[in-house]
Write a protein that binds this ligand. Structure first.
Ligand SMILES: Cc1cc2nc3c(=O)[nH]c(=O)nc-3n(C[C@H](O)[C@H](O)[C@H](O)COP(=O)(O)OP(=O)(O)OC[C@H]3O[C@@H](n4cnc5c(N)ncnc54)[C@H](O)[C@@H]3O)c2cc1C
Ligand code: FES
Ligand code: FES
Length: 468
């Protein structure tokens, strides 16, 4: 039995845990404000909030309900656009109306829900964050300026905020009053037996579902699933004996919010913005990205350059494997069906280490890469590269750690000669093919230029004209 609070109502469902949340909302609960656009996570029309009881408070995040399994909202609070309604228009609805932010109205519920997610975040309510909050919502008819104006109004009100985000939102007509009772109700729900999710182990692992549901909506609803995203033990991001250890079910948003990741990669926000959109990042897991084995997986390419290791477990025994050895061929993994990725770890970078990630796609945002690459170097006090790692995606059948090219970096002083050798070696190591993301020649050119971008960023003392 899956139990969760849907808006103000407790839902107890014996539907299959793989059933889509969107289908339950629309076809069982008849809440048709949540729209179906693409059913692939791209448009945001189906956005809902999920609130999770964490560390004594409820943390809300927008997610796409068209890729979210019922099992993944067990013991959570799910908020649809109907759950934001009050007697009068809410502050958010009023702002959208006043600024003419809606025409056909199909996308509007998704925007309103994402805006509510922004109001429930404890982060400082800057204009940039307000815009970023709707980065997963597409509107094809109003143009975005009117929606941006509405967001500005909301951000301006939030800047008066004192105290916690939820209380402020309720007290200022942004959210209905029942939100104040949700923490107590969720805490109570979390004490009840977890039901079917923990009683049996499924034969197929599910993280956020952002790959699996896009591939096979129909098959997934009846699939025998093991829900890894509900396992708190698989979500931690901790330091262990000088290594950063990340649970396989940690999401991109978990990485973004982790003080350890922010310390290791001060530009992580900038990289994360290039990966999918807010409601996808909130559910997409690190291990899901690795196991999906897409040659252009962004997190995979990111962690390959850190020479990260995987801990694989079958529930009884564990083994360690360098991520670069995980890929044996196109979508072919060194992994038994019963093994799951328990954690990913890499040496915590110190002040001598520098890291940079680059991605080129047809659109800057909400698009998969044509080519992506990351580079890490460890420098000596005299400006020599002690050790270097280079990864590249989109230039072969698997996301690649460029072994020979990486070994060239060791013991060298960075300069234009080294750059030329690195580019030459990388070109020997890759085997791109022509496809919808670009021709093989174009991808070769992209990688060469992105390696130049790595050098420009990692060695800012080098004269730009020497490197171009
Ligand atoms: C709209 C949209 C935009 C996207 N944009 C990007 C993008 O910009 N960059 C990018 O790289 N990807 C992108 N993706 C792809 C996807 O979001 C990522 O690959 C994501 O990290 C997959 O994680 P998940 O938890 O959703 O995987 P799931 O769909 O849950 O699972 C994927 C695979 O991993 C397996 N699995 C999951 N967890 C584990 C585990 N712990 N151990 C073993 N196996 C496991 C599953 O069985 C399945 O085979 C996008 C997807 C969508 C829908
Ligand atoms: S229907 Fe388009 S994101 Fe869900
Ligand atoms: S108002 Fe029509 S698509 Fe957004």
């Amino acid at each position: 039995m899956i139990r969760f609070i849907l808006n103000n109502k407790l839902v107890q469902s014996d539907d299959p845990p793989g059933m889509l949340l969107l289908d339950l909302i629309r076809y069982r609960e008849h809440l048709s404000g949540t729209k179906i656009g693409c059913r692939e996570g791209d448009c945001g029309a189906c956005t809902v909030l999920t609130g999770e009881w964490k560390g004594g408070q409820v943390v809300y995040r927008p997610v796409v309900s068209c890729l979210t399994a019922l099992g993944n909202v067990h013991q959570k609070h799910v908020v649809t656009v109907e759950g934001l309604n009050m007697k009068e228009l809410s502050f958010l609805q009023q702002a959208i109306c006043e600024e003419s932010g809606t025409q056909c109205g199909f996308c509007t519920p998704g925007f309103i829900v994402s805006m509510a997610g922004f109001c429930l975040s404890e982060n400082a309510p800057t204009h940039a964050r307000a815009l970023a909050a709707v980065d997963g919502n597409i509107c094809r008819c109003t143009g975005y300026k009117s929606i941006e104006r509405a967001l500005s109004k909301v951000a301006a009100l939030l800047r008066e905020r004192q105290g916690d985000a939820m209380t402020f939102a309720v007290d200022h007509g942004i959210l209905p009053a029942y939100f104040k009772e949700i923490p107590g109700r969720l805490a109570e729900l979390s004490l009840q037996p977890n039901g079917v999710l923990h009683e049996r182990k499924g034969s197929r692992f599910l993280g956020g579902g952002t790959d699996l549901y896009v591939k096979d909506h129909a098959g997934m609803s009846q699939a025998d699933l093991e829900f890894l995203s509900t396992e708190e033990s698989l979500k931690g991001i901790v330091l262990e004996e000088g290594r950063c250890s990340i649970g396989g079910a940690a999401t991109v948003s978990d990485l973004k919010e982790s003080p350890i990741i922010r310390q290791a990669f001060p530009h992580f926000d900038q990289y994360a913005r290039l990966i999918s959109s807010t409601p996808i990042r909130n559910i997409a897991t690190v291990a899901g990205n690795f196991v999906n084995a897409s040659p252009i997986g962004d997190l995979t390419v990111f962690f390959l350059a850190l020479d990260a290791s995987l801990t694989l477990s079958d529930g009884v025994s564990r083994r360690e494997l360098p991520l670069r050895k995980f890929y044996k061929g196109y979508k072919l993994l060194d992994k038994a069906p019963e093994e799951f990725i328990e954690k990913i770890s890499f040496p915590m970078p110190d002040k001598n280490e520098r890291f940079h990630f680059e991605k080129v796609s047809k659109r800057t945002h909400l698009d998969i890469a044509s080519v992506n690459t990351a580079m890490q170097v460890k420098m000596s006090g005299t400006g020599t590269i002690v050790e270097g790692h280079l990864s590249a995606g989109g230039v072969g059948p698997v996301p690649a750690y460029l072994t020979k090219t990486s070994s060239l970096l060791k013991g060298e002083k960075p300069d234009s000669h080294l750059l030329a050798r690195v580019i030459g070696a990388a070109q020997q190591e890759i085997s791109p093919i022509s496809d919808v993301r670009g021709t093989a020649d174009y991808k070769r050119l992209l990688l060469s230029n992105l390696i130049k971008a790595h050098f420009l960023t990692l060695f800012p003392h080098l004269p730009v004209e020497d490197l171009l």
